[in-house]
Ligand binder design. Sequence first.
Ligand SMILES: Cc1cc2nc3c(=O)[nH]c(=O)nc-3n(C[C@H](O)[C@H](O)[C@H](O)COP(=O)(O)O)c2cc1C
Length: 200
Amino acid sequence: MFYETASNDHGLPHNPFKAIVSPRPIGWISSLDADGRTNLAPYSFFNAVSDRPPIVVFSSSGFKDSAANAEATGEFVCNMASWDLKDEMNVSSAMVSNETCEFELSGLEMASSRLVKAPRVARAVTALECKRLQTLRLKDLDGADTDNWLVFGQVIGIHIDDSIIVNGKVDVTRFKPLSRLGYMEYAAITEVFEMARPKV
Ligand SMILES: Cc1cc2nc3c(=O)[nH]c(=O)nc-3n(C[C@H](O)[C@H](O)[C@H](O)COP(=O)(O)O)c2cc1C
């Protein structure tokens, strides 16, 4: 099948786009607002986009609290969601007012970050402390503003729980990072394989 996205005439019961661009890692963004209130929310329009320096990005569909907080404070933490935190991650995505602390809502303990003020998820086995670099409002093909905002952050500190380091490497089968697929589907990485790059 083929369809054009302008008409979205795929004829399927649900839009397949996100199932095609899958899996997507889930950046679980913790931040503080200008008054010091904590905020936590998952973003699967998220990825690392550079490693020297390490830079991550999340995309806010609408200018949500995480984007506003990153703008207001210049900082955020990206906790990586993993299999054993899937339910808490899901609860923290509830659309609640900024008076409600998603850490409390999802029964999660906070831990202090080292280099930024925003707390991190204590049980997350990896977390990236970030300083906001820029926020970019996306335009469409007509040059019109969309309501999608990319927040770029440079990673300045990285937490790794010792339990997932095996033989000097992060063992992804212990980490079990959670991925977002399409529809209501998720996956967790439980198997890996190695492949060397060709020697030219
Ligand atoms: C797995 C998952 C991934 C999500 N990814 C995104 C995303 O990439 N962009 C977005 O705007 N909302 C995303 N959401 C919805 C937000 O988490 C939700 O709107 C949340 O309330 C935003 O919180 P905030 O306003 O505190 O930032 C996602 C939700 C879930 C459960």
